[in-house]
Ligand binder design. Structure first.
Ligand code: GLU
Length: 499
């Protein structure tokens, strides 16, 4: 048997460190067994998936040196490798499951589903919705069908009993069928859900070992059932421990930057990043801290993964990166540094803005310094203003941050438009609204245009600086977040109407 593993990210948002972590372990396992490592793009969510996000995954994984043998951009014998291009497979197997009675069409509306769930709750029945709960009379089905009402395809799931699955790290696991719902396989628009697409693709792509995040354990019973219904062998399963924030909660961008590009932009070395990810729950047989990808691939043994939640501790990463940097000889250090930001392209973006504001070359470095740093050293006093309270500014920064997290095109004009529309909504002068943004981004309000600065710095670093400024101003509590989210939504609505 040839070992085949895969990483299957969804191209939504920024390329996540969790994707790199899972890719690394899949790559290592495949290499250890002389097998192949596949990159599959799970883009069935047509609303949230974007081409840019897909490209960003390719770029980020390549930057880390986590290269794949087959994938959308390099082809292979098992393509296409993008789920959006594989619809006919999903439809075919959904039909097969309908024909064999392992799946059924369901015409229930969201309101009915809610009522059915409420009914179970009221009766104190603690189980998921099953086929029997969802059934409608033949007449009613015929009526809804004739009226062209939307329907989904759901899978048949046992009402009770225990489902056993095997995990390479955890051994046998038992899950309760009662808690597994009659999962939707095909949505009303004909697109598959993750579960159907994932199982069909893993089978058709010859995947032998599914190494994925722990958050998918609860999906394993559904997958096991689908493999059984379709008469296929199930790959081996291995659920990797979730990456955690230092406070042990699940890694989230509120507490830790999660975009690979953020770390790239901050000037971390890819070697250090991979080394750090390799140490997430895994260790070299001799427990040494610093090792290369090659060394990890050579010494790899998945059984050395420990299940205690690995902590994504940025201080630790920085320490490790320091070790890596100091290993570089001066020539190589210079080469990397230039590659990072001291290069012609980047400096050319900055020069036109700085040129206007200097009289001698000796002033250039000072004016441009914030374009070559990570997070500025600022404190609350930097936000002192004649008319406005820094606590109000914190709110503006949070509202702007949310808008910028949704921005698909990171350009000075779009950045300005977002700021302007929020300022208008808040009945503030744009100049005032942008004051704390200047401080957050450039560390001072006297820099060149802040929207130009943000375009130059890029989204990862800009957003991280806004987030940092919000923290410096005391942060936003959970309660306040709820309130602000409402305000943000209504401001966006207003902006939409007037645009
Ligand atoms: N598309 C899923 C994700 O984004 C893949 C999970 C799996 O590996 O099965 O994590």
């Amino acid at each position: 048997m040839t070992v085949r593993t895969r990483v299957a990210p969804s191209p939504t948002g920024d390329p996540h460190v969790g994707t790199a972590y899972i890719a690394l372990f899949n790559l290592a396992f495949a290499r250890q067994h002389g097998g192949q490592f596949v990159l599959r793009i799970e883009d069935t969510d047509r609303v949230r998936s974007t081409e840019q996000a897909e490209q960003a995954i390719f770029d980020a994984l390549r930057w880390l040196g986590l290269d794949w043998d087959e994938g959308p951009d390099r082809g292979g014998d098992y393509g296409p490798y993008r789920q959006s291009e594989r619809s006919e497979h999903y439809r075919h197997y959904a039909q097969q499951l309908l024909d064999s009675g392992h799946a059924f069409r369901c015409y229930r509306t969201p309101e009915e589903l809610e009522a059915l769930r409420a009914d179970l709750r009221e009766r104190g029945v603690q189980r998921a919705l099953k086929r029997a709960d969802l059934e409608l009379s033949t007449d009613e089905i015929a009526r809804r069908e004739a009226a062209g009402e939307p329907s989904v395809v759901r899978m048949q799931v046992p009402e009770e009993g225990r489902c056993e699955i095997h995990d390479m790290l955890r051994g046998p696991l038992e899950l309760d069928w009662a808690q597994v719902d009659a999962q939707i396989l095909l949505k009303s628009d004909g697109m598959p859900t993750y579960h159907l697409a994932n199982v069909v693709d893993d089978h058709l792509m010859g995947i032998t070992h599914v190494i994925r995040g722990e958050e998918w354990i609860n999906s394993a019973p559904k997958h096991r059932l689908l493999y059984e219904y379709l008469g296929w062998d199930m790959p081996e399963l291995c659920h990797m421990p979730l990456l955690r924030n230092p406070d042990k909660s699940k890694l989230s961008k509120r507490k830790n930057p999660t975009s690979i590009n953020f770390y790239r932009r901050m000037g971390y070395m890819p070697e250090a990043m991979v080394n750090f990810l390799g140490r997430m729950g895994w260790s070299m047989p001799d427990e040494r801290e610093r090792f290369t990808l090659e060394e990890m691939l050579e010494a790899f043994d998945i059984q050395r993964v420990s299940l205690g939640g690995p902590v994504f501790d940025v201080d630790k990463l920085s320490w490790l990166n320091g070790q890596w940097l100091r290993e570089l000889d001066n020539e190589e250090f210079l080469h990397r540094l230039m590659d990072w930001a001291f290069n012609r392209d980047y400096v050319m973006k900055i020069l036109p803005h700085v040129k206007e504001r200097v009289e001698t070359f000796s002033e250039v470095a000072d004016k441009a310094a914030f374009c070559f740093t990570g997070i500025p050293h600022i404190d609350e006093s930097d936000f002192a203003h004649k008319q406005h309270d820094p606590q109000d500014m914190k709110v503006w920064l949070q509202l702007l941050l949310w808008s910028l997290e949704e921005l698909d095109e990171w350009s000075r004009d779009r950045l300005f438009a977002e700021a302007k529309s929020l300022a208008d909504g808040l009945e503030l002068k744009v100049k005032d609204f942008l004051f704390p943004v200047f401080v957050a981004i450039a560390g001072t309000s006297t820099s060149f245009s802040v929207v130009d600065s943000m375009e130059i710095l890029g989204k990862e670093l800009s957003r991280a600086r806004l987030r940092h400024a919000i923290e410096v101003l005391g942060g936003v509590s959970k309660k306040q977040t709820k309130k602000l989210e409402k305000q943000w939504r209504s401001l966006r609505g207003d902006a939409g109407d007037s645009a």
